[in-house]
Design a protein around this ligand. Sequence first.
Ligand SMILES: *Cc1c(COP(=O)(O)O)cnc(C)c1O
Length: 799
Amino acid sequence: MDLRNGLRPLGSTPAEFEQDLLSNLYYRRGTTVESASAQDAYETLALTVRDRLAARRARTAAAHYETNPRWVYYLSAEYLLGPQLEQNLLYSGTTDLAPAALKALGFSPEEVEALDVEPGLGNGGLGRLAACLLDSLATLDIPAVGYGIRYDLGIFKQDFENGEQVEKPDDWTFQGDPWEFPAPDDWQTVGFYGYVGPEGWVPGEIVHGEPSHLLVPGYGTETVNIVRLWRARAAQASFDLRRFSAGQYAEAVQEAVKAENISKVLYPDDSTEMGRELRLKQQYFLVSCSLRDIIRRFRFRNSDWSDFPVKTVIQLNDTHPTLAIPELMRLLVDEEKLDWEQAWSLVRQTFAYTCHTLLPEALETWPVDMLGRLLPRHLEIIYRINAELLDEVRATFPDDLSRVRNLSLIQEEPQRRVRMANLAVTGTFKVNGVAELHSQLLTSTTFADFAALWPDKFTNVTNGVTPRRFVRLANPGLSALITEGLGSEDWLRDLSLLSGLAPLADDASFRARWRSEKRHAKSALGLGDPGAMLDVMIKRFHEYKRQQLKILHVITLYQRLQSAPGRFGVPRTVLFGGKAAPAYYAAKSIIKTINAVAAAVAADPKSSGLLRVVFPANYNVTLAEKIIPAADLSEQISMAGKEASGTGNMKLALNGALTIGTLDGANVEIRDRVGADNFFLFGLDAPAALSLRSGDYQPRSYYEADDELRAALDALSNGVFGGAGQEVAQSLLGRDEYLTLADYRSYIDKQDEVAAVWQNQERWTRMSILNTAGSGFFSSDRTVSDYLERIWRASPVRP
Ligand SMILES: *Cc1c(COP(=O)(O)O)cnc(C)c1O
């Protein structure tokens, strides 16, 4: 079938769009203009826009079928996609048509567009990276599918009660999801538990995976890729018919509900592993469904298994999908009857692994007992992979027991556990870190022994962000000015062109307009005085990210207002945004302390017009897109050597915020590119932090030596900012795991320099323009190009 011809083209004039909207309202939504609610109008608008992308999708799929290309499959337990409507309007060229048509039919476009709900299927940076890479893969016309889980409940909604974080469920599909295409016919069967008999694995529980997909359009091209999300359904066979007939209907249904729990909720932990069995079930559910789907797709145009790694590369986004390695072995050996050596060779040519952390507590491990009970055949396969790995280690490094112990897939003490990162390194052909410094630290610390064994396996791919969402959509005013300054919109597909803005930093009238866009964005955020510096720290709460250092700065500023107003500096609004994992007590204490400090500052007339602390609840992509354009100062103040990359730092620099930061993650590369003169560097670097941490670090000595630090900590300890503040102080004066006190003075002094530069607005604006001009490297298009060159080796296919 030639899909290029058979379809009626959808109209691109206002009248045609309005007609399509009306017809969808009648025939698909089943209502009329007179009785339609705003929700009806929203769902209908979404369908009307989606239809335009679906036509492109059909052409893309036809081109892919014809070409039989090499595919990039991205496996990720998380996708933080962000709101879909505005993006799809832009990508389908209907940004202006839609509000006009809504108005013509009597709806308020603002009211309708506000109903778009963000699918929060991720925690933070890792899930957002997955979404940015999919955007860039489509924009670069690469045949790609993202695989993930369609959680019923996404990342929790954060609320504050008495300043404390409370979590509310995020029932994001409560009203349905108009962007989604269910594909129930493509369901897959997934087994759990059971035993390994002479005929192979006999699962004790069967669950169905039902896919649906969202469209992932490319920008400025016809390509529309998909992200396919699996939802667990009770397999019909799992209804126990005997119990039905024995009158135990409700009990039998209970079993079905249990099966569906697998995709019920996203685990809200960021940076610590969550060793719960349901989480392991989710991981296996994702990889089992996805691999079978990948094989199904391979078979459309191929029959020879030796072609599998030629036509397929599967990227593992962190260790969450690592069970794909033993699962593909099982499918090839047990079901396809390939011999072990051939299967292992195919597997190791197919997978690649992205590591996202340096925190030891974030490296996933699973108890051998639990894994063996849930997936008995997979544990056998892991044991055999391990035996062969350790043979290779012994052959390469004779008599080196410590290497054998470090490289083993099994940790022996204090409990036998499977090390997922070791499995991921062993079963893949490439392993990448996500920023230069991170990749270096991976090969010199976390994976040093693997790097000695397989030096060519390790590489770096520095993260990036999509300029479409985080500049063009988030900041239309600045985008228009950039386009005018560069003379075209080409920068949206080639972000390196931003360097052309550098000469304009010396143009006083361009600077004035740049400044006015910033002020405009600040007014739109509605935080009062747009003349005050907007100083933002927006990211998940974690002690290594050091929101506690920022709050010490705020307390110091507040105390200067009381006792040394001459040293205060310049008017600032300090904005925090971010969630803490619900079980992460220390991070929740920091949140509560920030809210207490905000209240104290607000209640004191001395702060008026000078200092404000705001903490909007429920930081997510929707909120990020509002805050980032308005930010003047970007806080990237993690302990050096802990933040793998960061991507918030990139979004903010691209929007002209100046960074105050440590030499950590991608901060290093941002500073190199925007210029050391345009970056506020402070604090210990990674080697210095490591050596202080491994020596005899005494946080109290910093407390005793620094009057301002002592005053700030005393206020916390004395309960001026509540019991949570006392806990924060106690932790800092106790172990201070992340060297907050060691970096305090350097940070405060650098903040004073920030204030001094702010007083010279011409200079600040110049630096701001140079930050945008220097940040073109941080496009996720460049990230995808690097993956293509270093790992994926796939070529574009244009519909
Ligand atoms: C970009 C982004 C992040 C990642 O922020 P970092 O500062 O890199 O940790 C987290 N959450 C959301 C909603 C984001 O948009």
